[in-house]
Design a protein around this ligand. Structure first.
Ligand SMILES: *Cc1c(COP(=O)(O)O)cnc(C)c1O
Length: 459
């Protein structure tokens, strides 16, 4: 008799992973190194100390340690909101009439509302441990800012958040949430930095972008003694922390006796996707499960993997951060004001970029009205209001399940449900009123942005 899979599977406290997994240790070829924009030299760990705290600089550059112990001080807070459930989408499957089995890992069960808290906690923890005085960061949709505010508040670490102006205006309650956790929140671009002033001088109505907000946050950190900038995605260290998502999902599936044929995640900077896929990608690379498919889903309005260039580029518009080799639309590219704020980033994690470039995974770009149709259907059958970002993954999971309906294949689909949409009611409202549009950049627009990519000599 077939084993009955529960609607929701939770690991016990004893079963929680105690180590993060570093996929780089198993990759056949590593992502290209970070480089100094001025000299083209590959950066060393010490070169990163002025920007990141030491432990995180180490994690950023460590390509060999396979498993990294999670410090007890971090486990203490992880246990407040983890494990995240692995949910079998029985009701959605039934509604779709698909023979596929659909599972999702739900990361929206904490106050900040997304997976971002998984990396915010270690970043605040290591900063505190190093005796730093303050942190700065940027936030697009507000999820990262909320998560870091929550983590910094726990460790009594002062925090300044530069929030992309369009979200600051669309999501006032995100700001209030961050302020509740004692963060200072500034709409970006702002007059508090040189970068911000310059951008506002060129375009006073600029609604901001993640890249610009990063530049402001970096400038604020480097011009204030004892301050550091922390980033919620893209970086290797963030993917390392987010591996907790994949490790838990992996363990739950092992206990349930299932294994995914397809793993799907939305991709902004690539952190939830990198974290979710980590142990499954390990199995693919090492030949244990060579046929698993991986799909990154991005917005058609900001298609860095599907239409970007694989090149060295700045992680930020202000060109202060090191250069990373990644799929990018160009660091000056400002995507249209889509409602998936967390996916409006010009680049992509170097790890994800490398895996994609080497053919280990696929990418698809989807339009936001199609995404919200999927979100609405998901809310109805699974009773969770999904974040617009997460709904990109839902869209493609549904499409994959519908393909199975045609072919009769009984695939096992796993996707990352990264967060809740409670702070995204403005976006849902637009969708319900039929006022949402799908902006897709033209090739000319992208070419104009590619033309500005830095020309560096790799040394
Ligand atoms: C930030 C965010 C994302 C995208 O970020 P990644 O680094 O690509 O994971 C996706 N979903 C939610 C809910 C987010 O807040």
């Amino acid at each position: 008799m077939e084993k009955k899979i529960p609607y929701r599977h939770y690991l016990t406290e004893e079963q929680l992973p105690r180590q993060w997994y570093n996929l780089r240790a198993d990759m056949k070829e590593l992502p290209d190194p970070l480089r100094n924009p001025a000299t083209g030299e590959a950066l060393k760990e010490e070169d990163l100390y002025p920007i990141f705290c030491k432990e995180l600089a180490h994690q950023e550059m460590d390509n060999t340690t396979r498993y990294v112990d999670i410090p007890e001080g971090i486990m203490e807070i992880y246990k407040q909101y983890r494990p995240a459930p692995l949910v079998r989408a029985y009701n959605l499957e039934k509604a779709l009439g698909t023979p596929a089995e659909i599972y999702y890992k739900f990361e929206g069960n904490n106050t900040s509302g997304s997976h971002k808290l998984n990396s915010a906690i270690p970043q605040a923890y290591y900063a505190k441990k190093q005796g730093l005085k303050a942190l700065t960061t940027e936030t697009g949709a507000g999820q990262w800012g909320s998560a870091l505010s929550e983590a910094c508040s726990y460790f009594d670490m002062p925090l300044t958040v530069y929030m992309v102006k369009v979200s600051y205006e669309q999501k006032p309650f995100r700001r209030t949430l961050m302020q509740t956790f004692n963060a200072e929140v500034i709409p970006s671009p702002s007059m508090t930095t040189q970068v911000g002033k310059k951008i506002l001088a060129d375009n006073p109505n600029c609604t901001g972008s993640l890249g610009t907000a990063i530049s402001e946050a970096v400038e604020k950190a480097v011009t204030n003694e004892g301050s550091r900038y922390v980033l919620g995605s893209v970086l290797n260290q963030v993917l390392l922390h987010q591996s907790i998502i994949g490790l838990e999902a992996y363990k739950s599936m092992e206990i349930l006796g299932v294994y995914p044929d397809v793993v799907i995640g939305c991709a902004g900077g690539g952190s939830n996707l990198g974290g979710l896929i980590a142990p499954f990608m390990r199995d693919k690379i090492t030949g244990v499960h060579p046929n698993t498919e991986f799909i990154a889903v991005e917005p058609a309005s900001c298609p860095s993997l599907t239409r970007g260039k694989y090149a060295y580029d700045f992680c930020d518009t202000g060109k202060i951060c090191p250069l990373a080799k990644m799929y990018t639309l160009g660091c000056e590219y400002i995507p249209s004001a889509s409602h998936a704020g967390g996916l409006r980033y010009h680049g992509m994690s170097p790890i994800i970029s490398k895996l994609y470039h080497d053919g280990y995974m696929k990418a698809v770009a989807v339009e936001q009205t199609k995404v919200f149709e999927a979100a609405k259907m998901f809310a109805k059958y699974e009773t969770i209001l999904p974040a617009p970002e997460s709904s990109h993954a839902i869209r493609v999971a549904i499409d994959e399940a519908l393909k199975c309906k045609e072919t009769g294949e009984k695939k096992t689909i796993l996707f990352g449900l990264t967060g809740t949409g409670f702070f995204d009611m403005f976006a849902y409202d637009k969708f319900i009123k039929g006022e949402m549009s799908d902006y897709i950049p033209t090739d000319e627009e992208l070419e104009a942005s590619f033309a500005k990519l830095p020309q560096i000599e790799e040394k």
